[in-house]
Every structure is written in structure tokens, then in C-alpha cells.
Design a protein around this ligand. Structure first.
Ligand code: SIN
Ligand code: FE
Length: 292
């Protein structure tokens, strides 16, 4: 099974022909991981001190940055250290944004930038719960922030200074995964989406689509037998490389690695080159009705 689409690109704003961008978009939407082995996110000399797990607050998995509000959260850093982390993450958000618009120019109409994360803690550590354990195969779905059908597109850069790769595992395709788990997922309770929003548990309405995706995420992680026996492929993502993937479509798990930057984007299904390839349309075909 071919799972990586390797792109021979070493700049965050590479010059590209439109045939190439269409081909890259097709590969990404089909569930390939776009792998850019030569695209490194370089740190400035005075940013090297930021490569330490001490900057995590010890509670959240990641340090987060919001490009809209420019706020840094979940870090122990204060003063100029916190500022430096914010500046590094803002630069990453900017580069990632430019890269997405260059590689997938057709997305420029609908795409929305989300949070930036910095992951300075070794990924092969303890997790607070099975549901939060990203060492288990899963598709991404957010309990508190419903996407209401929008796609979750993520860019990752391994910035490990000692040459340590980030070890991922990819699972079977969504077309195999979804029909396997869907029959086990109960329909949402009538009124539950209203209740979750009213109680402030979700930011916005948890649509039926969000319900099914969250259940898919949870059921896959909770099924120990499935985790052990399902088809999987190990992927070693080297230091100083970058990769891009629709994490709502591609089952993934991180086994080990330290020091990674990640930028999330949201894209309406209608802004895709081939909307039929979205998890929303795939699930709607399976259940035989609209889910948003
Ligand atoms: C995840 O998105 O599930 C974790 C990926 C990573 O931290 O490498
Ligand atoms: Fe994930």
C-alpha cells in the first residue's frame, strides 16, 4: 500500500505549475500523507533554548498558539521566554499558511486557520486516558469543538535537534474503517446536541457528523483487539522534515518522537477539489442521509 506522496520541495513558497497542485490536492484528498523530506523549519540561534520539555505546563499534551488572538497557552514559560515561544509559533503558522496556499491554491476560498501546537514532550509517555492517547490509531475528532462537516487538515514539522525521527503508524483506509465501526455506533439522543451546547460542553452545535466522527475516534481507540490486529504501516518521519495530512480521514498514531510543530486548518467540504472523498460524504453514503 502506497501511503506517502513524496514532494520534492525545499521552500515554504515553492513555484508550482497548476497541474502539480491539482495532483498534490488529489493525493491529499485521497488519503495520502504529503511528505516533504527536504522542507525544514529552521530555528534561530536564540530559539534553541526553546527545545526543552520544561516549557510544557505538564498538564496539556501541547503548547498551543492561536494565530487570531496571538495567545500562547499551556506553557510554564513567562515573560521573554513565553514571548519567544509565541514568536516561533507565529512564524510557523505563517509559513504553514503560505505552504498550504501554494500547494493547494484552490483551497484559498474556504480555508480557515486554526490553532498552532508545539509538542516539546516525548510522545511515548503516559497518557491521562485511552481517549486522549494518540499512541493508539484514530481519526481526529474534537469533543468540545465540533467541525460541523469541515475537514481537518494538519501540517507537521519535526524540529528535533538530535536527528530523532517521529515514528507514526497509519491504519487501514477510512473506506475500510468506517463500515467496520459504524454498526456499533448508536444514533445521538434526540436533543443531545442542543443540550451539549446549552451546557457549554461544546462550542457550537455537535452535528450528527460530529457525533459519528467522535464515536469513530473513541471506538477505534477503545478496541484493544482491533488496535493489535488491524492492518497498519509504520512510517518514520525524519528530523527536519514536514508532512501534511487530512487527520480526519487517515487513521494515525504517534509511537515516539520529541519536538514537533503542527498547524491545523479547517476546510468546508465544498471547497475541496473532490468533495465526494470527504469523511462527511462517505459517512452520508453509508447511513443514507444528510449528517449536517
Ligand atoms: C496526533 O495527531 O494524533 C498526534 C500526532 C503527533 O503528535 O505526531
Ligand atoms: Fe490525531
Amino acid at each position: 500500500m502506497q501511503i506517502l506522496k513524496t514532494l520534492d520541495i525545499s521552500s515554504w513558497t515553492p513555484p508550482l505549475e497548476s497541474d502539480a497542485t491539482k495532483e498534490y490536492t488529489h493525493a491529499l484528498e485521497s488519503g495520502y500523507v504529503a511528505f516533504l523530506p527536504q522542507l525544514n523549519f529552521e530555528l534561530a540561534e536564540n530559539e534553541r533554548r526553546l527545545l526543552s520539555p520544561q516549557w510544557s505546563d505538564g498538564k496539556a499534551k501541547n503548547i498551543s498558539y492561536d494565530p487570531q488572538t496571538k495567545l500562547v497557552k499551556h506553557t510554564s514559560a513567562l515573560g521573554t521566554d513565553k514571548e519567544a515561544i509565541g514568536q516561533m509559533m507565529a512564524r510557523y503558522a505563517d509559513y504553514a499558511n503560505k505552504l498550504v496556499l501554494t500547494l493547494f491554491p484552490n483551497y484559498s476560498k474556504g480555508i480557515r486557520i486554526g490553532r498552532t501546537s508545539y509538542r516539546p514532550v516525548e510522545a511515548d509517555g503516559r497518557s491521562s486516558s485511552v481517549r486522549k492517547d494518540d499512541r493508539l490509531l484514530h481519526v481526529d475528532a474534537f469533543a468540545a469543538s465540533p467541525v460541523q462537516g469541515e475537514r481537518i487538515l494538519r501540517i507537521f514539522s519535526n524540529i528535533n535537534p538530535e536527528g530523532k525521527p517521529r515514528e507514526w503508524v497509519l491504519g487501514e483506509s477510512f473506506d475500510m474503517l468506517a463500515p467496520r465501526f459504524l454498526p456499533k455506533i448508536p444514533k445521538p439522543f434526540p436533543g443531545s446536541s442542543w443540550l451539549l451546547k446549552t451546557l457549554g460542553i461544546t462550542k457550537g452545535k455537535r452535528t450528527e457528523y460530529d457525533h459519528y466522527m467522535l464515536q469513530l475516534h473513541d471506538q477505534e481507540k477503545l478496541d484493544t483487539h482491533y488496535q493489535q490486529t488491524c492492518p497498519k504501516t509504520a512510517v518514520s518521519l525524519p528530523a527536519s522534515s514536514t508532512w501534511i495530512v487530512y487527520t480526519d480521514l487517515v487513521p494515525h498514531a504517534v509511537k515516539s518522537g520529541q519536538y514537533c510543530l503542527e498547524q491545523t486548518f479547517y476546510l468546508p467540504v465544498e471547497s475541496m477539489q473532490e468533495p465526494a472523498l470527504s469523511p462527511l460524504r462517505k459517512l452520508e453514503r453509508l447511513v443514507g442521509r444528510k449528517l449536517v
